[in-house]
Ligand binder design. Sequence first.
Ligand SMILES: Cc1cc2nc3c(=O)[nH]c(=O)nc-3n(C[C@H](O)[C@H](O)[C@H](O)COP(=O)(O)OP(=O)(O)OC[C@H]3O[C@@H](n4cnc5c(N)ncnc54)[C@H](O)[C@@H]3O)c2cc1C
Length: 406
Amino acid sequence: MKKIVILGAGFSGLHIFYKLRHLIGKKLDITLIDKRSHSLLKPSLPEVAFEGAAISHSLVELKHTISSKGATFLQNEVVEIDAKANTLKLKDTTTISYDYLFITVGAVKDYDAIKGYKEFGYSVCDDTQAQKLWEKVKHFEGGNIVTGAAKSVWGTRVDAPPLLAPCEGPIGEIMFMLDYYLKKDRGLKRSEDYKIDIFTPGEIFFEDVGDTPREVIGKYMQEKNLLLHNNKVLKEIGKDFISFEDGTKMACDLAIVIPPYSAPVLLQNSDVGDEKGFIPTDKQMRHLDYQNIFAAGDITALAQPKLGHIAIIQAAIAAATFMKELGEDIEIPPHDLEVFCIMNMGGHDATLIVSDNLYGGKTDKASFSPISKMMKWGFDNYLYYNKGHMPPDIALDMTDKLVKIL
Ligand SMILES: Cc1cc2nc3c(=O)[nH]c(=O)nc-3n(C[C@H](O)[C@H](O)[C@H](O)COP(=O)(O)OP(=O)(O)OC[C@H]3O[C@@H](n4cnc5c(N)ncnc54)[C@H](O)[C@@H]3O)c2cc1C
């Protein structure tokens, strides 16, 4: 029996787990380790922050979910990977050995890297931040709102698109959902009562897609008076301002930012990560230096942008590559990445974005419609009620067909 450790129970760790689960007890002894008791479904966090949705709907309990399927769940933090000895060290000093390791620890949202964030900043990136933001938003009486992503810096060992922001989709949700809430639910008047400015560190906003989604988003931003500022690298958040590396400042009563993404300290201090700690893999998601280590999701150097859809594509590849090595009759899917996301815009509005332009493809679509909203609702609920299990392939094929019609 091969001893498998999956490190991290987010989108990619759980997807690998579900792909391998039929081999548990026959060929595999699987241990899944996460420092959290519940996996966090981040795509529904904007609803927590701007609609007051219950956080419980974004959480998947792990211990029972994993153990009921014959595997072991350990709630613990891994503090060291010794890839030469095939061991992990946990925070409580226990050592765990493995035959194969899947690294799916995601990226750290590095709030500490922004001066003034702790005192004055808000975000939507985790359960604590999203709930704190809702408390602020529901009592917000008006003023200057500024939102945008900080600049992240990546390693250079693999060839991946060098994006300045890890993913600007949540910024789209922040600006549209907040505008909707303040106007429709609170009765505040845009321009008179509040103003929303958006900044991006890039030359262009939404640098990970092509012209069509940018034009659709740009049109709604214009209609709603949401003002965009390009080439703005966040420097500091103050009590009533936000400042940038180019020396400019904006008046700001509410700053909502996506912080820089970094690798967990565990990887920055190991020989498993690249110079920034992200995991260098080939396109079958195998570590470039260690044959028995695979990785998937936000922590991989190849994942650009950092998106759940890409985490799932990579997790399926990692699981298939491994199963093929075990002798299973399985095809390894190609590492064909695409941006696929549904941007919630408040009320019944949402825009579905599908684009592979970043990787040289020709697909570049954006569909603003209530059907997009229904798809998001269906997907988020499926994930929640099925304990982080992705919809079956047949449902994903139907989604592809629907996207072609839209
Ligand atoms: C607000 C927001 C909205 C988003 N919306 C969308 C969307 O609509 N569509 C989409 O496709 N993507 C979306 N994303 C991106 C998506 O959530 C991520 O790309 C996805 O979660 C990455 O999955 P992952 O498995 O790589 O990492 P994660 O989901 O971050 O999981 C990593 C896991 O590893 C655990 N871990 C980390 N370090 C350790 C350690 N040392 N020891 C033990 N455990 C550890 C963590 O606790 C965590 O459970 C959104 C992101 C945000 C922030």
